[in-house]
Design a protein around this ligand. Structure first.
Ligand code: C2E
Ligand code: MG
Ligand code: MG
Length: 735
C-alpha cells in the first residue's frame, strides 16, 4: 500500500468545501480529524482525491481504487480527468467537461460522473477545490467523491415509470401525448410531416373473458413485441390503455408506405399467439391521419386518426383506413343506422334473399345461401356487410340472427326437392349457449329436415379455442345439421381448424378466389392444398364470388367441388326460387366476362379536370389503380394531359388514351393506391404548407376541390380550351 502517512497529511487540505466535508474543514487540525477521515473512508461514506498542478493524482482513498477495480498505486500519477467523465444528462452535470474545469482551475461541487470510456454502471458525485502554494501559485486539487448510483437508478426508475407502460414497456398515454404535441409544434415550423396511427385489437375482450386477465396481459406483451419488430426505430409506439395502441411516425406522408405498414401490422398481429400453452387469435384495426394534411395540432390529428380507426372497425375489422373528411358523416350515419335498426325487424324491413350454390362441372344447383337484406324506408337496400357489424356492436345480432334462421328454415321447407339452405351465424351467436336449442326449435317449427340446413361459421369462432367451442360443435352436429367454414382465406386461415372441427364444407373467400387468376399469385397452389385436405376429410369446397369465366375454369380445374357467384346468379327473392324449383329448373349456365378485371369499380362521382388555368367538372364512371373513365367534356384529342382533382388535395396527372364523344379514358402517370377499405386514393396530396406559401391560411386540407392557388379561383387568363357537355350528372357516389 503506497497510501502512507505523507498522503494523510496532505489530506488535511483535501476536503472540498462541500456539504459532506464541512465539519472537518478547519486547517491545521490533527488527531481527531484524521481519525474522522479514516472512519469516513472506512465506512465507505465517501472518498478523497488530490492532484498536483498537472492534474495527476497524488492521493486517492483505497475505496475508490476498489470500485474502479484498480490498485491505489496504479492510479497515483494518472491524470484525474482521464479516469472520470461527467454525466451528459444536462439536469445533473455541468455543461463543461472535467478537463476544462481542471484546466481552468475552477472549483466544482457534486457533479455526477462515471468512469471515462465505458461506464461500469456506477456514478459518483465529484467535488474539487483548487489549491495554491505559499507563493499563491496553483498547486493542484483536493477533492471528494461520493457514490450516488442507487439514488440515480431510483430517479431513473421513477421517470421510467412516469413515461412508460409497466406492462409492455411501451410509452404510456401521457408520454405519447407530450411527444406528439412537441413533435407537431416543431414540425409545423420546419414544414415537416408526421403520421399518426391508432390501433385497436379486435376481440381482445373475448380473450380476456375466456382465458382470464393474466392471459390478456401476456397477450398485450406479445403484441407490443410484435409491434416493435415491425415498426421502424425512428417511430414511437405507445399503449394508451386497454388494447389501444398509438404509433407516431415522423416525416412520413406517403400513403402508399403507410398503407403497406398498416397492412403489415394487421397481418403480423393476426398471426396466432401461444399463451400458457393455449393458442389464441385476435384481429387488429388501424386508423391513420397525417399532419399537416389531416390536422395541424395533436388534438385535431388524434381525433381524426380515431375517426379513421372507428371507420376501419365499422368496415368489418382487420382493416386500415385513412382519415378523410367524409368520415365525420360516416360516423354520424353509423349512429343513425344503429338507431334505425332497433325497430327494423318489428317494422318488417328485413327480408332474406337467396344466392344459388352450384356443383361445378354439372352447373347444378345444390342449395342456396340466405343473405339478409334491409329495406330502409329512406335509404333503400342496405348491405349486410354494412349493418351486420353494427348489429354485432349494438347487441342486436342475437334477435336478427334468430329471425334469419327461423325465416330461412320456414322458407326452405316450402321448396320442392332437396336443395339445402345455408344460414350465416355470427361468432357472437356461436358463443351463446342457447344456439343449439334455437336451431332445434327452428327445425321443429318449420319441419325442415336437419340435413338440409347448413350453418356458415367464420374462423373467428376459434378465437378462444376453449372447451366451449368444441362442445358447441358437438351439440350442433348432434342435431344433424351441416356446418360450413365461411370466408376461408381472409383472417387467420389455419388448415389446422379443418382437422379439429367437424365441417362438412369449406367456403373459400371471394378475395382469395378472384386473385388466384392474377399472374404470379400463389393462391392456386394454396387452393390445391385446401382441396386435397378437404377431400381427405370428406368435406366439400365452395369457391365464393366467381364472376368471370377464367376464375370459374381455374376453380374447376383445381378440383373445387362447388361455386357461388354472379357468374351463376346474384341473390334472388324467395318467390323466384319457389318458381324455379317448381319448374324443375336446377341448372344454371355460367354467364359473365371472360376474364376477371382487377379493381375496376363502377362509380358515379363528380371530379375536376384541370387543364391550363381552367377546371372542368366531369363525372367519373369507373376507376382503377391505373386509370379512369370520365364523362362530360366533348372531343378531347388523344394525348391531352390533365390534372384530375379527386378532392381533398388529391391530384393525379393523367393522359387521355381513349376518346369517344363525351367519354374519355384516362391513364394516370402514377397509379393510385388502396385506401384500405374498398376504395382508391392518391399516394400524396397537396401540402397545406404549399397552400400556405401561396397565401392561404395554414390549416388541414379542407373538403372539396383543390383551389387553383396563384391562378385565382375565379380568374381565368385564357379562354377554356374544351367544351363542357351538358348535365355532368349527379355528384353522389352510388356504387
Ligand atoms: P358471405 O357469407 O361471404 O356472403 C357472400 C357475399 O358475397 C354476399 O354478400 C354475396 O352477395 C356476395 N357475393 C356473392 N357472389 C358474388 C360475386 O360474384 N361477386 C361479388 N362481388 N360478391 C358476391 P352480401 O349479401 O352483401 O353479404 C355480406 C356478408 O354479410 C355475408 O358474407 C355474411 O357474412 C353477412 N351476412 C349476410 N346475411 C347474414 C345473416 O343472416 N347473418 C349474419 N350473421 N351474417 C350475414
Ligand atoms: Mg356466408
Ligand atoms: Mg363468405
Amino acid at each position: 500500500m503506497s497510501s502512507g502517512h505523507s498522503a494523510l497529511t496532505r489530506l488535511k487540505q483535501a476536503i472540498p468545501r462541500s456539504r459532506a466535508s464541512r465539519p472537518v474543514e478547519v486547517a491545521g487540525q490533527t488527531g481527531a480529524p484524521l481519525a474522522l477521515y479514516r472512519n469516513y473512508e472506512d465506512a465507505k461514506l465517501g472518498w478523497f482525491w488530490a492532484t498536483d498542478a498537472q492534474g495527476l493524482l497524488t492521493y486517492v482513498s483505497p475505496q475508490i481504487a476498489e470500485d474502479l477495480a484498480a490498485e491505489v498505486g496504479d492510479l497515483i500519477g494518472k491524470p484525474f480527468a482521464a479516469i472520470f467523465a461527467l454525466d451528459k444528462d444536462p439536469e445533473r452535470a455541468s455543461q463543461r467537461t472535467l478537463p476544462f474545469l481542471l484546466g481552468t482551475h475552477t472549483s466544482f461541487v457534486e457533479l455526477a460522473a462515471s468512469i471515462a470510456g465505458s461506464s461500469n454502471g456506477r456514478w459518483w458525485a465529484l467535488s474539487g477545490l483548487p489549491q495554491t502554494d505559499d507563493q499563491g501559485e496553483f498547486a493542484g486539487y483536493h477533492g471528494h467523491g461520493r457514490d450516488i448510483t442507487a439514488t440515480l437508478l431510483n430517479q431513473r426508475d421513477a421517470s421510467q415509470l412516469a413515461m412508460y407502460d409497466s406492462l409492455t414497456g411501451l410509452a404510456n398515454r401521457h408520454h405519447m401525448a407530450g411527444r406528439l404535441a412537441t413533435t407537431l409544434t416543431a414540425y409545423q415550423v420546419a414544414k415537416r410531416s408526421c403520421a399518426l396511427m391508432m390501433l385497436d385489437l379486435d376481440r381482445f375482450k373475448h380473450v380476456n373473458d375466456t382465458l382470464g386477465h393474466q392471459a390478456g396481459d401476456e397477450l398485450l406483451k406479445q403484441v407490443a413485441r410484435r409491434l416493435r419488430r415491425v415498426v421502424d426505430e425512428t417511430c414511437e409506439i405507445g399503449r394508451l390503455g386497454g388494447d389501444e395502441f398509438q404509433i407516431v411516425l415522423p416525416d412520413v406522408d406517403d400513403r402508399g408506405a403507410l398503407g403497406e405498414l398498416g397492412h403489415k401490422i394487421i397481418t403480423m398481429l393476426t398471426q396466432p399467439y401461444s399463451i400458457d400453452g393455449s393458442r389464441c387469435v385476435i384481429g387488429a384495426s388501424v386508423g391513420i391521419a397525417i399532419a399537416p394534411y389531416d390536422g395541424l395540432d395533436s388534438e385535431e390529428l388524434v381525433r381524426n386518426a380515431d375517426l379513421a380507426l372507428y371507420a376501419a372497425k365499422g368496415a368489418g375489422r382487420g382493416q386500415y383506413r385513412f382519415y378523410s373528411s367524409d368520415l365525420h358523416s360516416v360516423a354520424e350515419e353509423r349512429r343513425q343506422l344503429e338507431e334505425d335498426m332497433r325497430d327494423a325487424l318489428a317494422k318488417g324491413q328485413m327480408r332474406l334473399a337467396y344466392q344459388p350454390i352450384v356443383a361445378l362441372g354439372e352447373n347444378r344447383i345444390t342449395g342456396f345461401e340466405a343473405l339478409l337484406r334491409w329495406e330502409h324506408p329512406e335509404r333503400g337496400s342496405i348491405s349486410p356487410a354494412l349493418f351486420i357489424p353494427i348489429a354485432e356492436d349494438a347487441g342486436l345480432i342475437g334477435a336478427l340472427g334468430e329471425w334469419a334462421l327461423r325465416q330461412a328454415c320456414l322458407e326452405a321447407a316450402a321448396w320442392e326437392g332437396t336443395a339445402r339452405v345455408a344460414v350465416n351465424v355470427s361468432p357472437i351467436q356461436f358463443a351463446h349457449i342457447g344456439l343449439p336449442a334455437l336451431v332445434s326449435s327452428a327445425l321443429a317449427n318449420s319441419q325442415l329436415a336437419p340435413e338440409r340446413l347448413e350453418l356458415e361459421i367464420t374462423e373467428s369462432v376459434f378465437l378462444g379455442e376453449g372447451a366451449d367451442t368444441q362442445a358447441m360443435f358437438d351439440a350442433l352436429k348432434r342435431l344433424g345439421v351441416r356446418l360450413a367454414l365461411d370466408d376461408f382465406g381472409t383472417g387467420y386461415s389455419s388448415l389446422g381448424y379443418l382437422q379439429k372441427a367437424p365441417f362438412d364444407k369449406i367456403k373459400i373467400d371471394q378475395s382469395f378466389v378472384r386473385s388466384a387468376t392474377e399472374p404470379g399469385n400463389r393462391n392456386a397452389a394454396i387452393i390445391t392444398a385446401i382441396v386435397s385436405l378437404a377431400t381427405a376429410l370428406d368435406m366439400e369446397t365452395t369457391a365464393e364470388g366467381i364472376e368471370a369465366r377464367d376464375t370459374l375454369d381455374l376453380m374447376h380445374s383445381l378440383g373445387v367441388s362447388h361455386g357461388q357467384g354472379f357468374i351463376f346468379s346474384r341473390a334472388i327473392d324467395h318467390d323466384r326460387i319457389v318458381e324455379m324449383l317448381r319448374a324443375g329448373q336446377l341448372e344454371l349456365a355460367p354467364d359473365g366476362p371472360s376474364t376477371h378485371r382487377s379493381d375496376r369499380k363502377t362509380l358515379f362521382r363528380k371530379v375536376g379536370l384541370i387543364h391550363e388555368d381552367h377546371r372542368y367538372d366531369v363525372t367519373m364512371r369507373n376507376l382503377s389503380k391505373t386509370g379512369a373513365m370520365v364523362e362530360g367534356l366533348i372531343d378531347i384529342p388523344l394525348g391531352t394531359r390533365f390534372v384530375v382533382d379527386f378532392g381533398e388535395g388529391q391530384l393525379a396527372i393523367a393522359e387521355v388514351r381513349r376518346s369517344n364523344g363525351q367519354r374519355q379514358g384516362l391513364e394516370f402517370d402514377v397509379p393510385l393506391i388502396s385506401d384500405g377499405a374498398d376504395g382508391l386514393c392518391t399516394r400524396h396530396r397537396v401540402s397545406p404548407y404549399m397552400l400556405a406559401a401561396a397565401g392561404m391560411p395554414l390549416a388541414a386540407l379542407p373538403p372539396g376541390n383543390y383551389p387553383l392557388v396563384g391562378l385565382g379561383e375565379n380568374r381565368a387568363f385564357s379562354l377554356p380550351r374544351f367544351a363542357q357537355a351538358d348535365a355532368p350528372g349527379e355528384s353522389r357516389r352510388v356504387a
